[in-house]
Design a binder for this molecule. Sequence first.
Ligand SMILES: C[S@@+](CC[C@H](N)C(=O)[O-])C[C@H]1O[C@@H](n2cnc3c(N)ncnc32)[C@H](O)[C@@H]1O
Length: 192
Amino acid sequence: MFSPEQQAAIDRLWRRKLEQDATRTPQAERHRNLEPDSALLLCALATALGAKRLMEIGGSSGLSTIALAEAARRTGGRLASIEIEPRRQEEARRTLQDLGLAARVDFMLGDAASLLPGVGEKDFVLIDCEKDDYPRFLDALKLRPGGVVAADNILSHDLADYVRHVRSRPGVESVTLPVGKGLEISRFPRGQ
Ligand SMILES: C[S@@+](CC[C@H](N)C(=O)[O-])C[C@H]1O[C@@H](n2cnc3c(N)ncnc32)[C@H](O)[C@@H]1O
């Protein structure tokens, strides 16, 4: 369960996203936030795994950031939030400050392609950026043994190439969950 303040922030972001879709706001200006059900699932999953080193690629205005930062608060961990667009990240930073969660988050502004080589090992990663980038960003991750990667938009964007790609890795257990826009949840083996 999110706190009432967290839930209100999620609801506010989600309402704006739906309004932008309904009024056909140009794609480049839309916030494209994670579905609230997916946010709840990812928060519960990361918490249950005891994930302490979390990361998201594509933080946007912060809906998923709230979910993963709350998981980090519960596990005593930290979240790295990568976003390329400064105004969206600034909004996310303000929201997380208002919720008292900003101290859990390392906001990283820039292209994930440039930032990922400098990022350390993670045990829980959300990939939620441009869909063509999913396979190469997966390959750029340093995952701790037993780490989990969640990727959004699997069903809405028919990301069969990404699904094939992640499932081709030796020992990976991976399943598409029909929650929100479709989440591929992939657990990497220990000892890989
Ligand atoms: C689908 S939205 C993310 C929504 C966010 N997870 C949320 O729940 O609010 C995708 C975001 O990825 C960002 N993005 C796209 N390509 C990127 C890249 N190469 N590096 C970092 N961020 C990127 C976009 O600017 C956009 O804000």
